[in-house]
Write a protein that binds this ligand. Structure first.
Ligand code: FAD
Ligand code: UDP
Length: 375
């Protein structure tokens, strides 16, 4: 007789894997987890490449969160390597710290301002707008047009094929501006990389007799044959509804990997190129993972319109289309949409984990704190 599952979960990234793990381990539910890719982990998937270097197949993934709950939850499945991310941006022939901070400005202009003088300078050059709506407003309103043009405008146009004035404020708001010398990319309470990588962490999450994983399998095929009570769907929401209201745009990237026989190539884990080249940034993986090896692998990210859907594109017209899909989704009692592609939100990994824990709370009636802590 065919196996019957309590849940079919589509997508083995953070959204699907967290839901599978909690429902199987804490609630004894039988789960079938499928992914059309040949691996688990979704966009956080990492693996050892042909030269023995641990790389992230879909670009640099740095874990950071202010949520004690999310960090404690994931800590059941991995040990951590403390890691604080730092990025340099290539501007005017120099490699300068980004987010913009005191050193960025002093080095860019050959000045020696202190924090108070820098704040006064920013206030002098800023062009604030009454209502901050766009990604241009955020930066020009804080540091003025010249710095916006050197660090943000061209990077954003390359990454999104849109001018910052056409994107919601939330996009460039991800990158703060500082008047002190803190050159970390993130300031979250928890900043760390899974000690043995993301894929190893996912393997431990999914290692449970109630979870069956099928890879290289599309939902369109599995839905015809699998018997299940409810569906958790973490793919693109417009695809689920056969693009009934048109396609939601998702920005894609091409990753070009390059290996060199030397332990170290870059002066920082990531170097951004706002104004030159077709790529936006170069990453050296060993600087993220801490791996010591005679070879090093870099990736170059080249933005693309077509390809795997990586980034929802935050702007009002897309939010309006998403709202129409969301209304259809909300009317389906036994189908639950979660994750970056299904929620059409520019979520970081920790936000996706939190969203899936919240979904399990709703599905089971157990409080979020109890659910995250249960082992
Ligand atoms: P995904 O990881 O996209 O997983 C969804 C899965 O569903 C995919 O594996 C897909 O194959 C599968 N799927 C979709 N449709 C179907 C179908 N019909 N049938 C079968 N399977 C299907 N976050 C951070 O916190 N820190 C970072 O440094 C960071 N860096 C990033 C860098 C890049 C280049 C990108 C693109 C993202 C980055 N993120 C980062 C965001 C992070 O990748 C996401 O928050 C997280 O991976 C989303 O998890 P998810 O499960 O929602 O989606
Ligand atoms: N950004 C920029 N210049 C930079 C870094 C970021 O203009 O040097 C803008 C760009 O629009 C980018 C957004 O800020 O898409 C968010 O940056 P983040 O580094 O968070 O991008 P992600 O890692 O999510 O691709």
């Amino acid at each position: 007789m065919e196996t019957s599952y309590d849940y079919l979960i589509v997508g083995a990234g953070f959204a699907g894997s967290v839901a599978a793990e909690r429902l199987a381990r804490v609630f004894d539910k039988r789960v079938l987890l499928v992914d059309r890719r040949p691996h688990i982990g979704g966009n956080a998937f990492d693996h050892i490449d042909a030269h023995g270097v641990l790389v992230h197949r879909y670009g640099p993934h740095i874990f950071h969160t202010n949520s004690d709950e999310v960090f404690a939850y994931l800590s059941q499945f991995t040990e951590w390597r403390p890691y604080e991310h730092r990025v340099l941006a290539s501007v005017d022939g120099m490699l300068l710290p980004i987010p913009i901070n005191l050193d960025t400005i002093n080095r860019l202009y050959g000045w020696s301002l202190d924090s108070a003088a820098l704040e006064a300078y920013f206030q002098f050059i800023a062009e604030p707008v009454a209502q901050v709506r766009t990604s241009e407003d955020v930066i020009v309103g804080r540091v003025g047009r010249e710095l916006y043009e050197k660090f943000f405008r061209n990077y954003t146009r390359k990454q999104w094929a849109l001018d910052p004035s056409e994107l919601d404020a939330s996009v460039t708001s991800r990158v703060p501006v500082r008047i002190n010398r803190d050159d970390r990319y993130f300031t979250d309470r928890h900043q760390a990389m899974p000690l043995h990588g993301y894929t190893a962490m996912f393997e431990r999450m999914l290692d449970h007799p109630n979870i069956e994983v099928e890879l290289g399998v599309d939902f369109a095929d599995v839905r015809k044959r699998a018997h299940y009570g409810a569906l958790i769907y973490t793919g693109p929401i417009d695809e689920y509804f056969d693009h009934a209201f048109g396609r939601l745009p998702y920005r894609s990237l091409e990753f070009r990997f390059e290996t060199h026989q030397t332990p170290r190539m870059l002066p920082a884990a990531v170097v951004n190129y706002p104004n030159d080249h077709e790529y936006t940034r170069i990453t050296e993986y060993s600087q993220l993972t801490g791996q010591q090896h005679e070879y090093t692998t870099l990736s170059y990210e080249i933005p693309r319109a077509d390809g795997d859907p990586y980034y929802p594109v935050p702007r009002p017209e897309n939010a309006a289309v998403y709202a129409r899909y969301r209304a259809l989704a909300d009317a389906l009692p036994d189908v639950h949409f979660t994750g970056r592609l299904a929620a059409y939100r520019y979520y970081n990994m920790d936000q996706v984990v939190a969203q899936s824990l919240a979904l399990c709370t709703r599905l089971t009636g157990v409080s979020r704190a109890e659910l995250a802590a249960a082992s």
